[in-house]
Design a protein. Structure first.
Length: 617
């Protein structure tokens, strides 16, 4: 085993067979940790975002925070109930892309997909940078290396997810539940102080009159939209239904209910404490930290303040894991529909979509570098994408219920309709209030991504037309006389039966007197269809299908070629690799590079004759 292979095994573990796929499922407790860490972690900053807007209208305006929090929890209730209807209607996973595609059409579905992909990248960026901000606030000496710390965190979370969903679920359970318990403890301690008459308001300097803005409806809407960051990540469970143990959809609905109850209770609890203690938001200290000092400093449990801060730090860092669960899965769906490179649809060695995980990590790291890890600069871009997908998903569900009209469809349609109306209003407020602060970048990026999706699909359709063999007649060649020894044996590597592979087989007939074709089944080949097409077109050449339970393509072929050469000693065997050449370099990126890796592996095994038959698109 090479050094690179050994390092890879140490970092992400041994390869898992496809048969172990169902073993890599999540229990409800693990699913809550993996898919809800983003939503639950928003408690750490959602209340503060509301207060930061209201304080511009003076300290008296802070009293409106509780009403705004109740409105957001009402919106959360509608959204959770709406997505529970979605999970019931789509038990195999009902993300915004799937729902929009089936009920609203092509362009709405691509807008939903682009919105979610952008939001997933921003979720990683904001969560990691906010977590490092908390760390550097406590340890100022780290401020000079904050970008490097962000990149290290992204790398570690990437490794955890490359190891597989089961292991990432176990890793993330501890910080997620530590955060939930610590917040409930803080809220309970604060309520106890209020009940016993010891809840003293925090003494702070009042906002000066010159800095006070009028308390307008627009300002209240701004505060409401700022607090709606509490809803980011709520849709993750609906997108990841198939990550749960059977019965998947029932477990997903139950977990979403738990998530909604926990999120709503914690958010209301922190906002209520901020109201009764009259907390003023500060750029130097978070609302949770201020409350922790006020409630715990004079008690025997003052040490628990540090538990709360540590749990908050880790939940913010690990909130990025929600995106690592859903970005690869959505990318896989888009790739299967030819809107993203096909490589995103392949399962990696640990039964996760490794290419999606790596791509997400790269994009998040790039944003961290570009924005220098500045959370304040990134937050205005946040939430536009997720509420766009909310709106399209709920609107699509309304259409779904009117089409299906199953039992209870009217109630379901009303719930999803209310969800669509509510999220549309919130989306409009977010775009209007945050447009000049940076939201314009997301608004522009989404249609660009949609154009890229359509361009990729056009390319795949062009390739499919160029490689079509519908009009090809059956092939044949003169067989080698019985009893004679093969002098020019040849192995032809077959990925798919198309024009390129047919021409490679024709070339093999022109040089070989014993030919065998080899195809590797990684667990997704329709063997019956392939064998039927082969008999119709290439019946004179035997086709060998190799099983690859670990989804590797190169190693099974190399092993087969070595055995084939041993059966033909004293002669040169020719390995023929069909490949097609794209018109531009970027189109080449849309296809896997199996031919390149296969040639390299065969050279390492001292295979002497390797021929590439190119088909130019």
């Amino acid at each position: 085993m090479s050094t690179v292979s050994q390092l890879k095994r140490i970092l992400i573990g041994k390869s898992l067979p496809t048969s172990a796929h169902h073993e890599q499922r999540l229990s409800n407790a693990e699913g809550l940790a993996v898919l809800s860490s983003d939503a639950l972690s928003s408690v750490a900053y959602a209340t503060q975002e509301i207060l930061l807007v209201l304080i511009t209208a003076g300290t008296a305006a802070l009293s409106r925070s509780l009403a705004i929090a109740f409105a957001i929890v009402l919106l959360l209730t509608v959204v959770v109930l709406s997505y529970q209807q979605t999970i019931r209607a789509y038990p195999n996973g009902g993300g915004a892309y799937t729902v929009s595609k089936e009920n609203l059409g092509l362009y709405p579905s691509l807008i939903a997909a682009a919105s979610l992909l952008v939001d997933y990248v921003l979720t990683v960026t904001v969560s990691i940078s906010a977590g490092i901000d908390a760390l550097t606030s406590a340890v100022p000496a780290f401020r000079g290396i904050s970008v490097g710390l962000c990149l290290v965190c992204i790398f570690l979370i990437m490794l955890a997810n490359l190891r597989g969903v089961k292991e990432s679920g176990r890793i993330f359970m501890i910080p997620t539940y530590a955060f939930v318990i610590s917040i409930f403890f803080l809220v309970a301690a604060g309520l106890f102080q209020q009940a016993t008459g010891h809840a003293s308001p925090i003494v702070s300097a009042s906002t000066t009159a010159s800095s006070v803005k009028p308390l307008t409806i627009f300002l209240l809407l701004r505060a409401f939209s700022a607090g709606c960051t509490a809803l980011t990540g709520v849709e993750a469970i609906s997108n990841g239904v198939l990550a749960f143990k059977p019965p998947e959809w029932r477990n997903a609905r139950t977990t979403m209910l738990y998530m909604g109850i926990l999120l709503g209770t914690m958010f209301l609890g922190i906002t209520y404490l901020a109201h009764i203690y009259q907390v003023l938001p500060s750029e130097e200290e978070t609302v949770i930290s201020i409350l922790g000092h006020q409630i715990l400093d004079q008690s025997p449990l003052s040490w628990f303040y540090y538990v709360i801060q540590t749990a908050t730090l880790f939940i913010l860092l690990l909130a990025a894991n929600t995106s690592y669960a859903d970005f690869p899965r959505l990318s896989s769906l888009l790739a299967q529909d030819s809107f993203m490179p096909r490589q995103f649809s392949y399962l990696g060695e640990r039964l996760v979509f490794s290419n999606g995980i790596i791509a997400l990590s790269f994009l998040a790291a790039l944003l961290i570098i570009v924005f220098k890890g500045d959370t304040t600069a990134i937050i205005p871009l946040y939430a536009v994408g997720v509420f766009t997908s909310f709106t399209l998903s709920q609107a699509g569900m309304v259409v779904h219920w009117f089409k299906e009209q199953t039992t209870g469809w009217r109630t379901s349609a009303i719930i999803n309709g209310l969800g669509a109306i509510a999220t549309t209003i919130v989306l409009s407020v977010i775009v209007i209030t945050k447009f000049l602060l940076g939201a314009w970048l997301v608004v522009v990026t989404i249609p660009i991504l949609v154009s890229i999706f359509l361009g990729i699909r056009r390319h795949y359709r062009y390739v499919a037309n160029r490689l079509s063999i519908q009009e090809f007649a059956p092939r044949g060649h003169l067989p080698r006389p019985k009893g004679s020894t093969a002098t020019h044996p040849a192995v032809v590597i077959i990925g798919q039966l198309n024009r390129g592979t047919v021409e490679a087989l024709d070339y093999a007939r022109s040089i070989g007197d014993e030919i065998v074709a080899v195809h590797v089944d990684t667990g997704f080949t329709n063997r019956e269809r392939l064998q039927q097409r082969w008999q119709d077109l290439e019946s004179d050449i035997p086709l060998v299908i190799l099983d690859s339970p670990y989804r590797a393509v190169v190693n099974p072929i190399v092993d087969f070629v070595q055995e084939f050469e041993e059966l033909h000693p004293g002669v040169l065997s020719t390995v023929i690799i069909p490949t097609f050449v794209t018109q531009t370099w970027w189109e080449g990126l849309l296809h896997n590079q199996t031919a390149f890796f296969l040639r390299s592996a065969l050279r390492e095994k001292r295979c002497r004759v390797i021929t590439t038959v190119r088909y130019y698109l």
